[in-house]
Design a protein around this ligand. Structure first.
Ligand SMILES: Cc1cc2nc3c(=O)[nH]c(=O)nc-3n(C[C@H](O)[C@H](O)[C@H](O)COP(=O)(O)O)c2cc1C
Length: 194
């Protein structure tokens, strides 16, 4: 059965490494017959979470409708997710974190018991992360691995299983994609669709 895949692009660079890798992933997914939706974080309009916690009991956000609620609906609708994120300060960019703060109510339920109940069980995800820090330091010093870890932390409580990641370092000195990146991406897409 064909899968629906949500691609979240957290890079503000339209032709950067993340955007190029996600464009390739999209192409591969479409060729596999998937329905693909791309959510561009850089173009998103949303208010920051106010921390009111009303969404936890209401199951919905009380802020006026914006791209925060739109992302929550998209996460619910799709069974596979790809997060493409540059490493910013060893983490995901603030714009993406701000959006994840807005969708907690769609991801987990901690209203009924002290232990959060995951609301996205059965979904699978892959993470693509880039950094200027070269391999192996991008992984050892929690640069791309820091960004991947941040997504893992959010998805763990949502019940979304991360099937793998592509972590590309050295983007400053060696810009552009190489054959290893492309091979890794193809394998990652295949694993995501299993
Ligand atoms: C605000 C900001 C913070 C960054 N922080 C880090 C960092 O902590 N470690 C690192 O290796 N690279 C860092 N970088 C570099 C980016 O991760 C790198 O340029 C990445 O390849 C961008 O991906 P893109 O080409 O897909 O946009 C940072 C870049 C910016 C703009």
């Amino acid at each position: 059965m064909s899968k629906s895949v949500l691609i979240i692009n957290a890079s503000p660079r339209a032709n950067g490494h993340i955007s190029q890798l996600l464009a390739m992933a999209r192409e591969a997914l479409v060729a596999e017959g998937c329905k693909v939706t791309v959510f561009a974080v850089a173009g998103a309009g949303y208010r920051h979470c106010t921390g009111c916690m009303v969404c936890r009991s209401k199951g919905d956000c009380v802020l006026p409708a914006d791209d925060g609620q739109r992302l929550a609906a998209l996460l619910r609708e799709h069974d596979r997710i790809i997060v493409g994120t540059p490493c910013y300060w060893g983490n995901i960019p603030g714009l993406l974190k701000g959006l994840f703060d807005r969708v907690v109510y769609a991801m987990m339920d901690d209203n009924r018991s002290a232990w959060p109940q995951p609301l996205m069980r059965g979904k699978k995800a892959a993470v693509i992360a880039t950094s200027t820090t070269p391999w192996p330091w991008n992984r050892l010093f929690r640069q791309t691995s820091g960004a991947v870890g941040a997504v893992k932390e959010i998805f763990r409580y949502s019940g979304i299983r991360i099937v793998g990641s592509l972590q590309k370092g050295n983007t400053h000195r060696h810009p552009g994609l190489n054959s290893h990146d492309i091979r890794t991406l193809r394998k990652l897409v295949k694993r995501l669709l299993r």
